[in-house]
Design a protein around this ligand. Structure first.
Ligand code: FES
Length: 176
């Protein structure tokens, strides 16, 4: 039978920081990957949910990648702040409950926040009435028609830290 000391040593070796210390050469900073919400994914902390209450958004960077973090009604999403059509900024784009979606204000294209899917493509120019034909024409240049927005995996850790992993795209959204 294993002694308690032997079991404790085995846990300490397998779970650095389990007892508030780590073996020599192992940084405690790297051991804070376990949270009440489960194992933390790879990625970078971009802020805290307290800084981005519902209705707010933040533009930040993860490495060289620009990232927009959006809190829509208590769900946090992360996406590229540039639309996939002409790469113009969506940081002030209107967010609607259907989807929910974000709209590129230049041509009215709408993209779902959870998977980036395009639900409307270049429906006009700057919201000016009667510009649908021009919007449709412009929609044929730049990114491929109906291209999705780039959304990133996001997670909130036990301390409310927002973690974005730009290596994982196509799915976003987590309860704040
Ligand atoms: S520039 Fe954003 S949809 Fe055209």
């Amino acid at each position: 039978m294993l002694s308690k000391a032997l079991v404790g040593a085995a846990i300490a070796a397998c779970v650095p920081g389990a007892f508030g210390f780590a073996p020599a050469g192992v940084s405690l900073m790297k051991t804070r990957s376990l949270s009440l919400r489960g194992p933390r994914m790879a990625g970078e902390k971009v802020g805290n949910v307290n800084e981005i209450p519902p209705g707010e958004r933040k533009i930040t960077k993860v490495g060289d990648q620009d990232v927009m973090v959006v809190n829509h009604k208590g769900t946090v999403y992360a996406l590229s702040p540039k639309c996939p059509h002409l790469g113009l900024p969506m940081k002030t784009g209107e967010i609607s409950d259907d989807g929910p979606c974000i709209k590129c204000k230049f041509h009215g294209s709408k993209f779902k926040l959870d998977d980036g899917k395009c639900v409307e493509w270049s429906t006009g120019v700057l919201g000016i009435p009667g510009t649908q034909a021009l919007g449709g024409f412009i929609g044929n240049v730049g990114g491929a028609k109906n291209s999705p927005a780039t959304v990133f995996a996001v997670e909130v850790d036990a301390e409310g830290g927002i973690i974005v992993d730009t290596s994982k795209t196509g799915r976003s959204g987590v309860a704040a």
